[in-house]
Design a protein around this ligand. Structure first.
Ligand code: F6P
Length: 501
């Protein structure tokens, strides 16, 4: 049935983007609309009414409604690990029991934050948060985007096992005034545990009498945190059913809740909940995450685009591309369907991007004149983040909108082909009212649901990540057994760089 629907999608005639508004004058009304504080605009993509209808059929053939209901109901949608995916319960949208449990855990986090603010752990000015992947990228994005003027604590997010990362983070911190947050769902991740150990050593060397008394654990494995030496009162658990890359709403968001304040954290959750409700209730033709997934599938599955690019025309969102790389590529970079059979076509494109206007002077040449077709997404904010001359923000937005127009319009130049632009290149724009916690919560939840909707259309499970395991296993075996048993290239590298004798 999905094969037939895919054939129908592929059979839709491709319009010419350069003249698409002439042939389809209502497209802006249909394809640009607001959800809360976010305005989405897909009118500069190839999405025609015929394509939308074909994708709506594909969604139906893929059991989209049932799979979405299962997601929100707390059913075991992560079939390979036999568990639910309950990130939306963290923001109050999900099975009542799960929502109540998440609320209780948030209350626990809030109580600890209040105690820290009241000085229960001493005079804290700095927070070192160690974690990696989903246990770091979310908090990093939040603090970087929203913390510019918070000024409450200096927060350093340390992820890389390279000691340079921790060294740099603690260089200007006073160990006597530092709180260590260890963020790990499993509480076993090598990088995080090593960074945590070294941070404790740094505190000891800095004369802290009871360094473990300044440790907070953010984890779904509280027993492991206790074994490691964290006092039970400073363990902030979250549910096993919250996936790592979907976890910033849980206690993994602790440094953001502490650093930005509880009100900001709540507002983030409310913004995400608003998007949850939209995704659950909006009809197909006005459902933002679903339309975005249709567009993604069209370019990856029909047009063969191997990448998609995201440019944040806002310095505050400079970490958004890295955040989305994990969300989209770890979720949907798969080769088999839910039943274990091979997927029919390409899965997640490679997500990449940067910030505007910097990227215009680096990679946009390829986007405008190169031979790759890259669907581009622009994210910008109406409200500026700076207090300088308004000319800055005006120039930022002008450039953002000019790039989308240029990609679509192109320019012929028969006299000089080197100066010609093919045009007809698609882009999407997401315009936020502002980069505040509410809008950012909604934006991140939009991307989560879009990723899920893509997975449904492909028939895959977006909630496991077995692809990261093999490299970890081999690293462990190199640690244990050295160079023996590997291919000659790997053995020689180990011998050359790691042989102490
Ligand atoms: O290696 C991938 C991964 O499992 C991610 O999915 C996860 O976000 C990250 O590692 C960190 O895992 P943990 O929170 O258990 O330390």
């Amino acid at each position: 049935m999905t094969d037939i629907s895919w054939n129908a999608v592929r059979a839709v005639a491709e319009p010419d983007l350069r003249t698409i508004f002439e042939s389809d004058p209502d497209r802006l009304d249909r394809l640009a609309f607001k959800v809360g504080s976010l305005r989405f605009d897909w009118s500069k993509t190839h999405m025609t009414p015929a394509l939308m209808a074909a994708f709506a059929d594909l969604a139906q053939a893929s059991d989209f409604t049932a799979r979405r209901d299962a997601l929100f109901s707390g059913a075991s949608v992560n079939v390979t690990e036999d568990r639910a995916a309950e990130h939306s319960a963290e923001r109050g949208e999900g099975a009542p029991d799960s929502v109540a449990r998440a609320k209780a855990l948030h209350n626990r986090m809030r109580a600890l934050i209040d105690a820290i603010e009241a000085g229960a752990l001493g005079p804290i000015r700095h927070i070192v948060h160690v974690g990696i992947g989903g246990s770091a990228l979310g908090p990093d994005l939040l603090i970087d985007a929203l913390g510019r003027d918070a000024g409450r604590y200096d927060v350093a997010i340390v992820s890389n096992v390279d000691g340079c990362a921790l060294e740099e983070a603690i260089r200007d911190f006073d160990p006597q005034a530092t709180l260590l947050a260890i963020a790990s769902k499993t509480f076993t991740t090598t990088e995080t545990m090593l960074n945590a150990r070294s941070a404790i050593n740094w505190m000891v060397e800095g004369g802290v009498d009871d360094p473990y008394g300044r440790v907070v654990a953010l984890t779904a494995a509280p027993d492991k945190a206790v074994e490691w030496g964290v006092d039970e009162t400073r363990i902030l658990p979250f549910s096993e059913t919250v996936g790592g890359r979907y976890s910033l709403w849980s206690s993994i968001g602790f440094p953001a809740a502490l650093g930005l304040g509880w009100d900001a954290f709540e507002s983030l959750l409310e913004g995400a909940a608003e998007m949850d409700r939209h995704f659950r209730l909006a009809p197909v033709e006005k459902n933002a995450p679903l339309i975005a997934a249709f567009v993604d599938r069209y370019y990856a599955g029909v047009k063969g685009c191997q990448t998609r690019a995201l440019f944040a025309y806002d310095e505050r969102l400079r970490l958004l591309p890295s955040y989305l790389q994990q969300l989209e590529m770890e979720s949907n970079g798969k080769s088999v369907k839910l039943d274990g059979s091979p997927v029919d076509g390409p899965t997640a494109p490679i997500t990449w991007g940067g910030v505007g206007t910097d990227a215009q002077h680096a990679v946009f040449q390829l986007l405008h004149q190169g031979t790759h077709l890259v669907p581009v997404e622009f994210v910008a904010s109406i409200e500026p983040g700076d207090l300088l001359d308004p000319a800055h923000h005006r120039a930022l937005l002008t450039n953002c909108f000019a790039q989308g127009a240029a990609l679509m319009r192109g320019r012929e130049n028969p006299a000089d082909p080197a100066r010609a632009y093919p045009g007809g290149r698609p882009s999407t724009t997401i315009l936020m009212d502002d980069v505040g916690p509410h809008a950012l919560g909604a934006l991140i939840a939009f991307y989560e649901h879009r990723t899920f909707a893509n997975a449904v259309l492909m028939g895959i499970n977006p909630f496991d990540q077995f692809g990261v395991e093999l490299g970890k296993e081999i690293a462990r075996s190199i640690e244990k057994d050295g160079p023996s048993g590997f291919d000659p290239s790997t053995s020689a590298l180990i011998d050359l760089a790691m042989n102490d004798e």
